[in-house]
Design a protein. Structure first.
Length: 98
């Protein structure tokens, strides 16, 4: 498991609550969804439709789509590029990426 440390001079946003696959979690307003999930120990964020393999954070710059998640049951986004907000309902992206 990667270890995360505080970067001096960078202040985290306000604490926010969200759910991932029905589990209540917390993060910081404005951090990426990927960051919040990684800090919570969540490494798999989607299921590959090709081989049913687990996929997760990889490139960190929005190119690979390996970290795709569904937000509020309506859209698929790259979790490394999407800021976390209070009350988000996030699910594993287990369908084709749209």
């Amino acid at each position: 498991m990667p270890r995360f440390r505080h970067v001096p001079g960078i202040q985290p946003g306000q604490p926010v609550d969200f759910t991932f696959n029905g589990t209540a979690m917390s993060g910081h307003q404005g951090e990426s969804i990927a960051s919040a999930l990684l800090r919570a120990g969540i490494l798999s964020q989607r299921i590959s439709p090709r081989d049913a393999g687990q996929r997760g954070y990889y490139c960190g710059m929005g190119q690979c789509w390996e970290c795709a998640v569904r937000i509020d049951g309506r859209r698929t986004v790259r979790s490394c590029m999407e800021p976390l907000a209070h009350g988000m309902t996030i699910f594993t992206a287990d369908e084709g990426i749209s």
